[in-house]
Ligand binder design. Structure first.
Ligand code: PLP
Length: 797
């Protein structure tokens, strides 16, 4: 623990000297991380003690993904020692940012869903609520992306740092998880007692990571489970080697694929592993009666991936604690709540019984019984066949996890107003009819501490100078900034900071990818996972359209723009990988064309992750949020950009709707089909992509270039794209929307050239962004779902 810069420097220097070997960045990082860890651990122990004493209600957030990003900088900031440490290090000849980059990136998530979990943990701790994450300690995080000849290649990522990691192994808290086996029912004291014979046991060992809140005082826990061999006897059907291999696989790597599922059983194992370890731990370490569980515990499941928490809680309450079905069910449905993250049909999780039953026989029995009782309760209702199917948990040989999650929880939420409405009116209509009071909306948020205070300290400082520091605790007070949108001197400062952040990004890209970017060009940024509905294809087709115009028309000299892309495609998602190849192919051509390159530049940032995002978002001027309307549940990237003063170029989809509402439509660039129009097309089947191609010569040219392979480095590399647009009739309405998209781009270029007007719009976006802090989201969850009290802590450590 250190209280002053001199004390910090002294301790740091002493530790560094005590180390053998080179006193390089790696050594300095290691020393600093160790010092911060010690500092955090004191508060962590204190929080745990206080939580026990106060009997506070605890939230457990179950998620298969936690995309936390690097921790050092965030921890320094929340401990309020960031600037002191930075200065101290500088005086000792080190740059804090160099040391921060030594930390391996924990990529324990694919995208938005995992990042949301991380933002929520930050807000919970910062609001001094007792809320903890439960996840899996994947040895390999999300793969590292490299481009080879323009194609995405995937390499395993190692993030675990055995010496300097933030997590602590808790062998003493290990839990045993049963798989396979046969259920035997015996009758004892007139009750039936199921036992699982011949099960295969796996040991779950927790690794605890501290989650430091902004006051530095509340330190919550992110508990990540690691799978290890158990000492229980092995069933005879398996060799020791097979068992060891299968066990290790459970926490070997993050399931990288949200499209196809080659490793179905493994994925299911991971889900049960997480749920069982977490539920068992919670019940084992409680200091209250079983019937009091809903008063002291709330469990939130992040999408359906941890929906097995419902039958697992039932299993433990009945089979291990001896409760009746009725009592166990009453507790379960007052403890678990569920967040739905998507309405894409392919992402609605379903498990085939033939896979689920052998792996989890007792769990399957419980699901069957939940389904049976629910169906029984429907019998008195007059209902058509179709509605009955929609309400079935078990239907046609499959288990529908979303239905299980809704039936087994007390609250169900969508993640943006539009999304929640679509859930209620369409996707989960029948369930909504049965449980109207369960459904509610909680629009996602982002932690302004990482995405503004940490990623953009310069803008944060300007804001504080203008409206005072209260906004850091109450981000909705950013509103007060709107009075500065007309102040010339403020706008100048704001512009200078945007320019500085553009320079930082330029430097970052030069260093990592050896590409030089023109700082005077408009920074137009499209970063997110690659998916058909997110329409990176439309963006690159539009750039190609501009390129074609430049080549065709000697008088067309568009304003210089740099189009940044970043994002990974699931390894088996061939369409998305072809779009990546296409962007790299078009980039190669445009960036090397002596005429075009004065106007257009394409930069594809390799291996998009949280750290890259922290460089890119503060530098952005245009935020590309161009999903097919109705497909993006919320989006959170859109919020990060807005908070950093980028203007949204977006469809009326997900949380864009609320962004436009808050900032004012006149301070954003809307375009494209509305969600009702998309849904009507889908219903009526009267969209015809080929007609659009025939009617529009520019689009026709694009299609020709695509089909003959010009845009993809050869015909064969673009076949999935051409097939989707033509044979599959353009399911994401790229060709329809590209026309209004191009027009919106023209409006952008025009607006940009009126610099004070543009800056005013940008500032109004920042001013309106406070509501998208995840502090607001978490406060709403707490008030309306979890009922957590804030810590009663009066004194700090
Ligand atoms: C915020 C974030 C996302 C989510 O982005 P969307 O645009 O909402 O899809 C994905 N990945 C990373 C690294 C992020 O920081």
């Amino acid at each position: 623990m250190f209280h002053s810069k001199e004390e910090f420097k002294e301790t740091f220097r002493r530790h560094l000297e005590q180390r053998d070997g080179k006193k390089d960045h790696a050594a300095a990082y290691s020393v600093l991380a160790g010092m911060v860890r010690d500092h955090v651990h004191e508060n962590w122990e204190y929080t745990k003690k206080l939580d026990r004493q106060e009997h506070k209600k605890q939230l457990f957030y179950f998620s298969m993904e936690f995309l936390v990003g690097r921790m050092l900088g965030q921890n320094l900031q929340n401990l309020k020692i960031h600037d002191m440490v930075e200065d101290g290090l500088r005086e000792l000849g080190f740059h804090l940012t160099d040391l921060e980059e030594m930390e391996p990136e924990p990529g324990l998530g694919n995208g938005g869903l995992g990042r949301l979990a991380a933002c929520f943990l930050d807000s919970l701790a910062s609001l001094e609520m007792s809320g903890h994450g439960y996840g899996i300690r994947y040895k390999g995080g999300l793969f590292t992306q490299h481009f080879v000849d323009g194609f995405q290649t995937e390499r395993p990522t190692k993030w675990i740092d055995e010496t300097d990691g933030w997590d602590v192994r808790r062998e003493d808290l290990a839990i045993e998880i049963p798989f396979y086996g046969e259920v035997q029912i015996s009758l004892k004291d007139e009750w039936s007692h199921p036992t699982l014979n011949n099960a295969e046991w796996v040991k779950a060992v927790p690794y605890d990571m501290p989650v430091v809140g902004a006051s530095g005082k509340q330190v919550n826990t992110l508990r990540l489970w690691q799978a290890e061999p158990s000492n229980q006897p092995l069933p005879s059907s398996k060799t020791k080697d097979e068992y060891l291999q299968e066990t290790e696989a459970i926490s070997d790597r993050l399931y990288p694929d949200d499209q196809l599922d080659p490793g179905k059983i493994l994925r299911l194992k991971q889900q049960y592993f997480l749920c069982s370890a977490s539920i068992q731990t919670i019940l084992k370490n409680r200091d209250f009666e079983l019937h009091e569980i809903p008063e002291y515990i709330a469990i939130q499941i992040n999408d359906t991936h941890p929906a097995l928490a419902v039958p697992e809680l039932m299993r433990v309450l009945m089979d291990e604690e001896g409760l009746s079905w009725k009592d166990a069910w009453d507790i379960t449905v007052r403890t678990v709540s569920y967040t739905n993250h998507t309405i894409l049909e392919e992402a609605m999780e379903k498990w085939e019984i033939r896979l689920l039953r052998p792996l989890l026989p007792r769990i399957y029995m419980i699901i069957e019984e939940i389904d049976r009782r629910f169906k029984e309760s429907l019998e008195s209702q007059d209902m058509d066949e179709k509605a009955f199917h929609k309400l079935s948990i078990i239907d046609n040989g499959i288990v529908k996890m979303a239905v299980l999650a809704v039936v087994g929880s007390y609250k169900v939420n969508g993640v943006a107003k539009l999304h929640t409405e679509i859930l209620k009116k369409r996707e989960l209509k029948e369930l909504y009819g049965q449980f109207p009071t369960k459904f509610h909306n909680k629009t996602n948020g982002i932690t302004h501490r990482r995405w503004l205070l940490k990623a953009n300290p310069e803008l944060s400082e300007l804001i504080t100078e203008s409206i005072g520091p209260e906004w850091t605790k109450e981000p909705e007070r950013l509103k007060e900034l709107k009075y500065f949108a007309q102040s010339h001197s403020f706008l100048q400062d704001f512009q200078a900071i945007k320019r500085l952040k553009k320079d930082h990004l330029i430097y970052h890209i030069e260093r990592t990818q050896d590409i030089v970017v023109n700082p005077d060009s408009i920074f137009d940024i499209h970063i997110k996972r690659f998916h058909g509905y997110k329409r990176q294809l439309m963006n690159i087709l539009h750039v190609q359209m501009l390129y074609d115009r430049i080549k065709r028309d000697a008088s067309y000299r568009p304003y210089p723009r740099t189009f940044f892309f970043g994002g990974k495609a699931a390894p088996s998602y061939h369409f998305a990988k072809q779009v990546i190849k296409m962007i790299n192919t078009v980039a190669e051509k445009v960036n090397n064309d002596p005429l075009a390159k004065q106007h257009l530049h394409i930069v594809f940032v390799e291996d998009y992750n949280v750290s890259h995002a922290e460089y890119m978002i503060p530098a952005a001027e245009v935020s590309e949020q161009i999903s097919t309307a109705s497909k993006e549940a919320s989006g959170t990237g859109n919020m990060k950009f807005m908070m950093n003063g980028a203007l949204t170029l977006g469809t009326v989809d997900g949380a864009n709707v609320e962004i436009f509402e808050q900032a004012g439509e006149e301070n954003a660039f809307l375009f494209g089909l509305r969600s009702e129009e998309v849904m009507r097309y889908e219903k009526d089947g009267n969209y015809h992509a080929k007609e659009i191609i025939q009617q529009n010569p520019e689009i026709e040219q694009l299609m020709e270039e695509l089909i003959n392979g010009d845009l993809t480095g050869g015909k064969q590399h673009g076949s999935f794209i051409a097939q989707q647009l033509l044979d599959d009739n353009d399911p994401f309405f790229v060709l329809e929307d590209i026309q209004s998209y191009a027009a919106a781009h023209e409006r952008i270029v025009e607006a940009y050239q009126d610099s004070s007007k543009w800056l005013e719009m940008a500032v109004k976006n920042v001013a309106a962004s406070g509501i998208f802090s995840s502090d607001r989201t978490i406060q709403q969850y707490s008030d309306e779902v979890w009922q957590l009290q804030r810590s009663l802590r009066k004194t700090g450590v």
